[in-house]
Design a protein around this ligand. Sequence first.
Ligand code: GLU
Length: 470
Amino acid sequence: MSQPNFYESVSASISKAASLSDIPKGLLSQIKVTNAIYKMSFPVKVGKGYEVITAYRAQHSHHRLPTKGGIRFSPHVHQDEVMALASLMTFKCALVDVPFGGAKGGIRINPKNYTEKELERITRRYTAELIRKNFIGPGIDVPAPDMGTGPREMAWILDTYTSMNHGEIDATACVTGKPVTQYGINGRNEATGRGVYYGLREALSYEDDMKAIGLTPGMEGKTIALQGLGNVGSFAGSICQNEGGAKIVAVAEYEGSIYNPDGIDIDKLLKHRKAKGTIMTFPGVKKLKKNDDALYVDCDILIPAALESVIHKGNANKIKAKMIGEAANGPVTFEGEKILLKKGVMIIPDFFLNAGGVTVSYFEWLKNLSHLRFGRMEKRFDTRAYDKLVDFVLKATGGTISKREREFLTKGADEIDLVRSGLEETMISAYKDIRSMWKRRSKVEDLRTAAFLVSLNKIANDYISMGIFP
Ligand code: GLU
């Protein structure tokens, strides 16, 4: 459950970094403050009666427009939570050079308690409220999926927006994370999880850093404990296992947690949960007593991919992992982090590690604005160029290759190839920026502080170049 102090915890981390920067005080206050928040209550027909729904949209920073961030459906949604999440979006976008301000929305419902029709009515009504107050639009504020929402909800938002903004040529860019068949982009669904993989792989590649925490470099063979099998956790776990060669040894979900030191096949587990509704009947694993027990198992990397504030001062000491990859937003509290840093645990911060979602959202927004699918112009041209190159090499060497080998060597990039390539590049270069800040400045003791400093400097420069601050 989300803690009431989530906002304070995020603010404390920002202040810790800010104290090491030379950004003037006035500008710092402007960067920290939430620029606009809209709280709404509206009635929706549920069952035979009506229910009053409470919802929010917080726009943390207007220094770049549109603002950007997901919409979550969760019973724990409250103002502090959306404000904290919106501010993390500002720092996330700056860090990965996505030219947006941060925002986040939330509707206080448990989506499991509503029918599809009811969820559609709630989503459409929420969108209408945003339109009325000018809180949505391709150049204003662009929502996306978050906890409890996905492509289906984004399609409802798109339809409500376009039907109320007839003739607006860029209307499809009013929301991202849409189904691929409805102006979405290939690779958005897996993007956050895939970004987690690229980010961890990069962090694990530095021999010195790994030596300092008692690990060998590389992801191959690393043991992982994973909390949460939602969109982020399932893709992160599966890609780390299949492309990185990591071994998932423990998994936690609502219904409980399971452990197998020899590895749990994550793809089989996902299929099992889909069919049976639980992970607890998966064959060949040890059932752990409580669902947070998976956090405390012996492993190299712990990936919390569920809720905020799950690792705090009350349980941080029990963590045995040498590295924590924060796939969720805010899974480690400020106080929890102090304990972990003292123990020498390396924490890869959330607003870097889960930035893959908003990065690919940016690609989707660009695709919508350009009205052109990535790869459409160059794919055949590239294929022909590679063909000529292959012919040249074969002629020079006298070699031959099969048709399949030629296809493999000469394939031009499809949209998915370009999206993955852009995401990989984004995660690698952002990590290099954070790491060099961390190594360069002796007072910067951890990666979260380094990441906040990188973002703070970029945001401050934006304000200065706008001429607002001297
Ligand atoms: N909700 C995701 C996040 O927390 C994605 C936001 C987006 O794509 O705009 O980063």
